[in-house]
Ligand binder design. Sequence first.
Ligand SMILES: NC(=O)c1ccc[n+]([C@@H]2O[C@H](COP(=O)([O-])OP(=O)(O)OC[C@H]3O[C@@H](n4cnc5c(N)ncnc54)[C@H](OP(=O)(O)O)[C@@H]3O)[C@@H](O)[C@H]2O)c1
Length: 272
Amino acid sequence: MATILITGSSAGIGAAAAIRLTEEGHQVFITGRSPQKLAAVHRSLLAVAAAGTEVPEPIAADLASLHSVRSLAETILQRAGRLDVLVNNAGVQPPRRRFSEDGFELGFAVNHLAHFLLTALLADRLRANDGRVVTTSSDEHAAGQLDLDDLNMDTRWSSALSYRRSKLANVLFTTELRNRLGLPASSFHPGSISTDLNRDAPFVRLIKPFERLMMKKPEQGADTLVWLATAPEGAAPTADYYVDRRPAETGPAARDPQTAARLWDISARLTG
Ligand SMILES: NC(=O)c1ccc[n+]([C@@H]2O[C@H](COP(=O)([O-])OP(=O)(O)OC[C@H]3O[C@@H](n4cnc5c(N)ncnc54)[C@H](OP(=O)(O)O)[C@@H]3O)[C@@H](O)[C@H]2O)c1
């Protein structure tokens, strides 16, 4: 059974994945911002865990702070003797142009930079156990544009542009992670899932009841994540990007090796 860390597991797709993986007997570390939401998911994990399955205490961390990312990694290195899978799942679609504690555009900071740093800090522990990295991207990456000379989007910002750019960065990061660190890594699109992702968007309260009817449930969104995290060694997924458990084509911008390499170098510099 594997030891797994899932970011963004206090709600939505990450929480559903944590419950399913715990049910299957894996040891799952959950993390998110809200201690209350983490406590509720933790109770669900305790309820489904079979006798003998360890359910670790949740770890609260704000990925909009690189200091907090470092503390999260340190806590994991202290508390988890081994780490088999890191799932970079936390995500935000900022409704307004905002910046992280370190001064980076919020979507880029949380969805990409924090996960870049977390992966780097945990890479040795993962490698020691032939571990792997799974990153939750989105089919919206295909419409993403990444101007590496304007990371804070001073020339043009919108909520959609910010989100798509960060999801493009997730796919580029996955390719480069494999090339540079030799870690098995894949990203995926979970489908259109009814979660709290757009909780702060205008009019969301009005459409929420319809969204619940029209969109898939978090458990369905977690399916490919769980599959990527637990496919047995030898059958470990090897493509950059998956949809519904199948390798899928990425958008053209996600296939540019020079951008992937530059994004990596810049991210390494920005995160120190
Ligand atoms: N829902 C969809 O249709 C869809 C489609 C494609 C891709 N995705 C991707 O799926 C992933 C999960 O999203 P979701 O739909 O499950 O949304 P969600 O219900 O809003 O869950 C997002 C998770 O990310 C965490 N998070 C957000 N900002 C954070 C921060 N600054 N620090 C730490 N944790 C933070 C949240 O923690 P707190 O709640 O504790 O703040 C929560 O656990 C995201 O990467 C998203 O881009 C979703």
